[in-house]
Write a protein of this length. Structure first.
Length: 201
């Protein structure tokens, strides 16, 4: 069993464990907070199961990719903990969060068993949602975090979002160092110009 497979199993079990914790913390009386926790549980279950069943994980990616994922998980946990149900604009927050959930789930489903903690050159996806941006799963996660930010009274959430975006940018750049060894990915980059946010980056 190679290191990438072990990494996928470890993170897969982490996501499943977070799902279990999330289910027990759902509060039916708090609508937006319940939606946030349910969305997090749903994404964690899908990502956890997908990682556990990925048997072909092999990559030449930098070892930095693993702490990047750990940082992402920590930022998301903090953001969910800081959600406040009483703030206005719940409809806007909900719309952003639901969009993030859908984008994340579609991205993971499109990757299927290609979904891995470390990028795999042999399984470059260029269709469906990947025609919009090259890293749609990260876009979905970012939208979910921003929605949580709008629903927080604490200014600390701004720091969390900045750290998360910094980690996400590093994750993308590290992934593309590996993926750009493939001519197919270079062609894909010319066809889909935007990495994370359309018309921005």
């Amino acid at each position: 069993m190679n290191t990438d497979r072990i990494t996928n199993i470890a993170f897969g079990l982490t996501f499943i464990n977070l799902s279990i914790v999330g289910i027990t913390s759902i509060q039916p009386e708090a609508l937006f907070l319940s939606m946030v926790r349910f969305g997090a549980v749903l994404c964690n279950i899908v990502m956890g199961i997908t990682l556990l069943f990925n048997k072909d994980a092999r990559s030449d990616a930098s070892p930095l990719h693993r702490p990047f994922w750990l940082g992402m998980i920590i930022c998301n946990i903090i953001a969910v903990k800081m959600v406040n149900e009483t703030l206005p604009l719940v409809c806007i927050q909900s719309a952003i969060y639901i969009t993030g959930i859908i984008t994340t789930l579609i991205s993971v489903a499109s990757l299927g068993q290609s979904f891995s903690v470390t990028p795999m050159i042999s399984t470059i996806k260029t269709s469906a949602i990947y025609k919009l941006v090259r890293h749609p799963m990260y876009l979905g996660e970012t939208l979910m975090l921003i929605a949580c930010g709008f629903a927080s009274k604490s200014l600390i959430i701004i720091s969390v979002i900045i750290v998360y975006l910094y980690i996400t940018v590093l994750r993308i750049l590290e992934e593309e160092k590996v993926l750009r060894h493939e001519d197919a990915y270079i062609k894909y980059c010319h066809e889909t110009k935007w990495r994370l946010i359309p018309y921005i980056w």
